[in-house]
Design a binder for this molecule. Structure first.
Ligand code: SF4
Length: 240
């Protein structure tokens, strides 16, 4: 058995097989959230800001409340700070309010509320990085664009046994896998399947390996399946 972690990008056929399995799993296990159904890119990006370091189930009522009160960009810019803060309060008060306002202002001032269709353009918006740009393009516009968040890094690194150097979300091997992974036919579905599976099954501290549909092919499972037994030195790896 090969216990050496991989420094190579996996074969494309292996990446496609992973996608096929995840998309099939997704049919009966997908999570439903309102921002996954919106065709309004602004709403999607605001949801992305709300979702940072916050559970999606916690965001759902706040998202619904927020857009009932502020249906468009202009209504946010002209709103009273306290009203916005009160709505966002359940998510924690940190800097979310200012990020929402900065994003609304940038879209209004520089783009006249028009949609941005390129990753590089989207990344110039305040608070929008590679993940949010890729998620918007693939989920709202259904373009063949990659996404990598910490959950995706964890799944890819465990499943393929990828050796990470530095920050996983910027690792070239992980990004190459994410690019190869996206389906031409249905990028939205394949990326959502990746997000849901990595969040629900391949969890950081307690991956559900025993019931995982990928276990027979998974590097992590094959090499470390006894990781939770006493005296086993091979502990959980690549926890992101
Ligand atoms: Fe993740 Fe375990 Fe499944 Fe491998 S077998 S993909 S580590 S849950």
């Amino acid at each position: 058995m090969n216990t050496q972690k991989n420094d190579q990008i996996p074969k494309r056929e292996d990446i496609w097989l992973l996608r096929k399995k995840l998309v099939r799993w997704f049919r009966n296990n997908k999570r439903e959230y309102p921002w996954r159904h919106t065709e309004d890119p602004f709403k999607f990006l605001i949801a992305e800001i709300m979702l940072r370091r916050t559970k999606a189930d916690q965001v759902k009522p706040v998202y619904e409340n927020f857009f009932k009160k502020f249906p468009n960009i202009k209504s946010i810019i002209s709103a009273d700070i306290n009203t916005i803060n009160n709505i966002l309060y359940p998510l924690g008060l940190n800097k979310r309010y200012s990020k929402v306002i900065m994003l609304a202002e940038a879209l209004l001032e520089h783009h006249n509320c028009r949609l941005l269709l390129k990753r590089a353009e989207l990344k110039k918006l305040p608070g929008i990085g590679d993940y949010s740009a890729g998620a918007l393009l693939s989920i709202v516009y259904k373009k063949r664009e990659w996404i990598v968040d910490n959950n995706v890094v964890r799944l890819f690194s465990r499943y393929f046994g990828i050796k990470l150097r530095g920050e996983g979300r910027r690792d070239n091997k992980i990004i190459s896998i994410a690019k190869e992974y996206i389906s031409k036919g249905d990028p939205k579905k394949s990326n959502l399947a990746l997000l849901d599976f990595s969040a629900l099954i391949c969890q950081p501290k307690s991956p559900k390996c025993k019931s995982c549909l990928l276990k027979e092919l998974c590097f992590y499972y094959k090499n470390f399946k006894n990781y939770n037994q006493p005296n086993n030195k091979l502990k959980v790896i690549n926890i992101v």
